[in-house]
Design a protein around this ligand. Structure first.
Ligand code: NAP
Length: 259
């Protein structure tokens, strides 16, 4: 299927590795011009070079921390009028809410809720004026199945999800869609560090924790980032124009609720 993304301008946040990078790879493979964003220049430059070489697409990069106003300005300088915005940032740490003060909560809200809202604020009116736009927010399966240890993530991402539910309907008549991708466990650096943290807490080896998690997965495996990237590219296509305001779980069937 030709996803009709050739020449579309895309900005992908938190994209030097992991899920963001996988989204950038698939968008570039479909012919979009992509700007990769992350906080560290070296890995960004490498990722942009590799994706450009593999796809032949124009791939640029911008150093920015999307949890700050300066970072959001840098993203917009690098790509002032995106047709496609993929919102993403590093996830907050797990822990016990008794240890989290106001500053800890603000950091989680800035990274995993407000960064996406402020980037949408800066870009959706342009998308509306041009009659086409796609926003994809990477959130978490914890939005559907909250885990007690991920309270910061549960809270911040639920806030973003509620906000998007309203805005998606407001922009719908103008060719603009906003959807959220809710990953379960995917093979990324973040998953490996989560397993290491859990292993230390529970006095187990990271390998043991990994095996336990695998045994709970109906698919008996973790997600491949390219699978999430492909879903992202499809949601950004004209073919997905009637999919809006949705929370799409990618977890190999682990979430067993009907909705
Ligand atoms: P990852 O492999 O650790 O990659 C994170 C990427 O984000 C890196 O490129 C990092 O580069 C960049 N980044 C982090 N904070 C940033 C910020 N404030 N501004 C700009 N760039 C930033 O993580 P991942 O596994 O792809 O996860 C991506 C998101 O999905 C996270 O929010 C995570 O919690 C969520 N998620 C992941 C899974 C999973 O199993 N992997 C499951 C559910 C939810 P720099 O460090 O250089 O900035």
């Amino acid at each position: 299927m030709d996803l009709g993304l050739s020449g579309r301008k895309a900005v992908v946040c938190a994209a030097s590795r992991g899920l963001g990078r996988a989204c950038a790879e698939q968008l570039a493979a479909e012919g979009a011009e992509v700007v990769l964003v992350a906080r560290t220049a070296g890995p960004l430059e490498r990722a942009a070079g590799e994706i450009g070489a593999a796809t032949g697409a124009t791939v640029r990069w911008a150093v920015a921390d999307v949890s700050t106003d300066a970072g959001i300005e840098a993203v917009l300088r690098a790509c002032p009028e995106p047709d496609i915005l993929v919102n993403n940032a590093g996830g907050p740490p797990p822990g016990d809410f008794r240890h989290w003060d106001r500053e800890t909560w603000y950091r989680a809200l800035d990274a995993n809720m407000l960064s996406a809202i402020l980037l949408m604020r800066a870009t959706v009116d342009g998308m509306i004026a041009r009659g086409f736009g796609r926003v994809v927010n990477i959130t978490s399966s914890a939005v559907r199945s909250p885990l007690p240890i991920l309270g910061l993530s549960n809270g911040a991402r639920a806030g973003l999800t509620g906000f998007v539910a309203g805005l998606a309907r407001e922009v719908a008549p103008h060719g603009v869609t906003i959807n959220n991708l809710l990953p379960g466990p995917f093979e990324t650096d973040r998953l490996a560090s989560n397993f290491e943290a859990r292993a230390e807490r529970e006095g187990k080896s990271p390998g043991q924790v990994r095996e336990e998690a695998l045994s709970k997965s109906p698919a008996r495996r973790f997600g491949r980032p390219a699978e999430l990237g492909a879903m992202c590219a499809f949601l950004c296509s004209p073919q997905a124009g009637y999919v809006n305001g949705q929370n799409i779980v990618l977890d190999g069937g682990a979430h067993s609720g009907l909705v």
